[in-house]
Design a protein around this ligand. Structure first.
Ligand code: FNR
Length: 182
């Protein structure tokens, strides 16, 4: 049976390149993994007051979906040399209530995606800082900084061969490392 892997996409834009990349990864993933894009755009900004008692339905839905997955892939843009707030908010929601984090021990992979030349390097590494604290073992190699993404898709949404190869290498490496790590 394939193992469910949560995919968090750090952009809410309809035509998001990160979303396109996440969908390509889902197609390229080996049959042993089932990549599931988990919605994060409806999560209220994390606030301990609203989390006390009965949490917002979106928090509960999100926590249950992540808990049901065995690994997590983060596909993130870079906003102002860091991770977009939407992805950090999702991380914060999943980390609470205290002692009941849904993240601990789940093998993680990070790919940053940007039209820029640096490929979201800073976002990629800021995100990794949180993953250390959340006790998520994280794929180290290959590092995945997908730069120049605006040139990687044609008008029909097809991805260039070289970019597809890059994503194939990334997901294959995540898959074999995931099997050893989980
Ligand atoms: C950006 N962008 C950007 N790009 C980058 O490489 N480094 C950065 O620090 C930033 N900062 C930044 C801040 C904000 C608020 C926005 C909206 C954008 C550009 C960003 O990479 C570009 O908009 C991507 O297309 C965003 O990813 P999606 O939405 O296409 O997935």
């Amino acid at each position: 049976m394939s193992k469910p892997i949560a995919v968090l996409v750090g952009s809410l834009r309809k035509e998001s390149y990160n979303l396109k990349v996440a969908k390509v990864l889902a197609k390229l993933a080996p049959s042993s993994l089932e990549l599931k894009i988990i919605q994060i755009g409806d999560l209220p900004l994390y606030n301990e007051d609203i989390d006390a008692g009965t949490p917002p339905a979106a928090y509960t839905r999100f926590r249950n979906e992540i808990a049901a997955c065995q690994g997590v892939l983060f596909v993130t843009p870079e906003y102002n040399r860091s991770t977009p707030a939407v992805i950090k908010n999702a991380i914060d929601v999943g980390s609470r209530p205290y002692g009941k984090s849904v993240w601990a021990k789940k093998p993680a992979g990070v790919i940053s995606v940007s039209p820029g030349a640096i490929g979201g390097f800073a976002a990629n590494h800021h995100l990794r800082q949180s993953l250390v604290f959340l006790d998520m073992p994280t794929l180290q190699q290959p590092e995945a900084y997908f730069g120049g993404v605006a040139n990687a898709f044609d008008a029909q949404g097809n991805i260039a061969e070289k970019s597809q190869e890059f994503l194939q290498q990334f997901i294959d490496a995540y898959s074999s490392w995931f099997e050893k790590t989980r």
